[in-house]
Structures are given as structure tokens and as C-alpha cells.
Design a protein around this ligand. Structure first.
Ligand SMILES: [Zn+2]
Ligand SMILES: [Zn+2]
Length: 343
């Protein structure tokens, strides 16, 4: 008798809870299923949970026992597990339930791969980016100096520190200069650059979500999108992160890099040194070097995967290295010198 009945697992398309039902054909399954899930029988149909294939009377007897099925009402469709993912993403309201469910699954999950998927999911669900102050989100501030009262203030400082670091590298480069005169000019130049940077408040605005649109690199909520490696227009992997969301994201964000397209150490600093070998700092277009070293004109925020370590082979624009006035003056002097030598 029981052999005639096919046991299956059935659910509706907007609930993950499933029920065991046994039926001898689709007609009976629909009747039992609709009663169980309290759905109207007219127009109801069933399909495979895995990929949305419609279950017909012919197909039904061939199903393995306990196959996962979805019971749909008239007009409803199911494109398989993808639907679940879509619902997961739009289910902002059910976040707490989802977090609980994911934690439950994680607690007895053995597969490292599924553990990774679940922990990543939890990381993204437990998003507290809308909270801003230390009182609201104490956990986020663990290990952050007490002087920071808001997330934005800390993130601004984080950006400033990175950019101040570039200034330090410039000062380090000064120590390698042998000629006293050249070093003196270099120090003048670096002092001037430091002033410009101070006026721009070390461009801390790039990471500060409370700044106005063109000044910040993130959305109002704090989402940063990878700008793609130096030689690409966009990030193919669609990397994104919200360091304002939770402590772990804040920590991981430190592996994201502000990458100099025209490289700071390999190209920009040597070009500045070269320019100062036989020119005064006032003849050098420091505004150009400022933009190359410290601004988003030459900086790209990249995920560590999009941070290519090899040489970028991009050069400074030789037409921009010197100020306009000095370009023409030097040109004339050079020409004059040549002529004299020729005579
Ligand atoms: Zn990327
Ligand atoms: Zn780099």
C-alpha cells in the first residue's frame, strides 16, 4: 500500500520551512500541499526546489524519495535556489531571523567551504553601519583610541595617516641626496608640499562618509567599491566593503590599498629628485607633484587582489614637471649655451 505513495518535501516559495508529504500523484500532492500550506488549490502547481523544473504527472513517479519541491500559486514562478538568494538579499526586515538561522547552521557545520559561506553571510548580515557613535556601537570601537567618538572621525584619521605616510617617504628620500645644494632645494620642495597637504587636511575626507559627494570615496552609508587595478578602468571582481559596518570589516579594510597609478617610490619621487638636480624648487611644478603623490587624481582605492605589485611602467608627464615660465627660460638658456659652445 505505502509503495504507491511517493514521499516528498514541500514548501511554499516564500518560506524556508518544509513539510514531509506522501502522495500517489501530483493531483493528490497539490490537494494535500495546499491544505498544509494554506494556499488556494486553483492554479496551484509544483516544481523542483533545486532548479524550478515543473513536476508533471509523468515526471512525479520518477522522483527520488524526499525530493525538495516548491508549491506555487497561480502566476507564481520559481527559478530554483536563485530565488532564495534574491529573497535573502531583499529580506532586510527578516535579518534577525536570518542571523539566528545562519548561526544555527554554522554551529554544526563541518565543511570548511560551507563554514566560510555562512561566516561571510553573517558578517554581511550583522551590518551596523547606520550606527555612528561609540555609545551606539561599542564593539566597532574595540581597540580604537578613546579620543575617537565617531566612526567617521576614526576613518578620516585612518586616511590621513596613510597619506601622511607618503610624506614620510619623501623625507626619507631627502636623506639619500649627496649634494648639499640639491638637498636644500629638495627640502624646500618637500616643505612646500607639506604645506599644501596640511591645507587639504591630509585628504582625510576620502574615507569620511559625512563629507560631501566628490570629496569622499564611499557612499553615505560607508560603502567603498574597489576602483580596479592601476591598468584597468573598473574592478572586474566587483569588490566592495563597508568598514563602518562592523569591527571585522573595519579591520579587513586595512588590507585595502590606496595605490599610486604612477608609482610613488619607483617613479614620482625619483622624477622629483631628478628635476631638482639642476633646477630650483621654485622652477618645479610642485602642484603637479602634489597631485601625483597625495590626491585621488593618481590614487586608486583597491582590494588587495587588485593591488598589482609589479612595476606599473607609467611615467610622469614631462611637460608638467616644470612650471611654464621656467620651461621657456631654461629652454632659451640651453639653446644659448649650445650656440656659445658651437662658436
Ligand atoms: Zn577589485
Ligand atoms: Zn602599488
Amino acid at each position: 500500500m505505502f509503495g504507491l505513495f511517493k514521499p516528498v518535501k514541500i514548501r511554499s516559495c516564500n518560506e524556508s520551512r518544509k513539510y514531509g508529504v506522501a502522495a500517489k500523484d501530483v493531483k493528490e500532492l497539490l490537494k494535500k500541499g495546499c491544505k498544509l500550506l494554506q494556499l488556494p488549490l486553483a492554479g496551484a502547481h509544483v516544481c523542483l526546489y533545486a532548479d524550478g523544473t515543473k513536476v508533471t504527472e509523468e515526471f512525479f513517479p520518477t522522483l527520488p524519495d524526499n525530493t525538495d519541491l516548491v508549491l506555487l500559486c497561480r502566476g507564481q514562478t520559481w527559478s530554483g535556489v536563485v530565488c532564495d538568494i534574491g529573497q535573502l538579499l531583499s529580506a532586510d526586515r527578516h535579518t534577525e531571523g536570518l542571523v539566528e538561522a545562519a548561526k544555527g547552521l554554522l554551529s554544526d557545520e563541518q565543511s570548511p567551504k560551507r563554514r566560510k559561506i555562512l561566516t561571510d553571510l553573517l558578517l554581511n548580515l550583522e551590518d551596523r553601519s547606520e550606527l555612528e557613535s561609540r555609545e551606539e556601537d561599542e564593539d566597532w570601537f574595540k581597540g580604537v583610541d578613546v579620543r575617537f567618538k565617531t566612526k567617521s572621525a576614526y576613518m578620516k584619521f585612518n586616511c590621513e595617516s596613510r597619506i601622511r605616510g607618503y610624506m614620510k617617504e619623501l623625507d626619507e628620500a631627502a636623506k639619500t641626496i649627496q649634494k648639499t645644494k640639491v638637498r636644500a632645494e629638495f627640502l624646500k620642495a618637500s616643505k612646500c608640499l607639506a604645506e599644501m597637504l596640511k591645507t587639504a587636511r591630509y585628504n582625510g575626507c576620502y574615507f569620511n562618509r559625512t563629507e560631501k559627494e566628490p570629496d569622499r570615496l564611499c557612499t553615505q552609508e560607508g560603502w567603498f567599491t574597489c576602483q580596479g587595478s592601476f591598468d584597468q578602468e573598473v574592478c572586474q571582481s566587483l569588490h566592495s566593503i563597508n568598514p563602518y559596518g562592523c569591527r571585522e570589516s573595519r579591520t579587513i579594510f586595512s588590507t585595502w590599498n590606496l595605490d599610486h597609478r604612477i608609482e610613488k617610490k619607483r617613479t614620482v619621487i625619483p622624477a622629483l629628485l631628478e628635476a631638482l638636480q639642476n633646477h630650483k624648487s621654485t622652477d618645479v611644478n610642485l602642484n603637479y607633484f602634489y597631485h601625483l603623490l597625495f590626491t585621488r587624481e593618481n590614487l586608486k582605492l583597491v582590494h588587495i587582489v587588485c593591488h598589482k605589485k609589479g612595476a606599473h611602467s607609467l611615467l610622469c608627464d614631462t611637460k608638467k614637471i616644470f612650471t611654464r615660465a621656467s620651461n621657456t627660460v631654461k629652454g632659451k638658456q640651453k639653446a644659448g649655451g649650445k650656440r656659445r659652445r658651437l662658436m
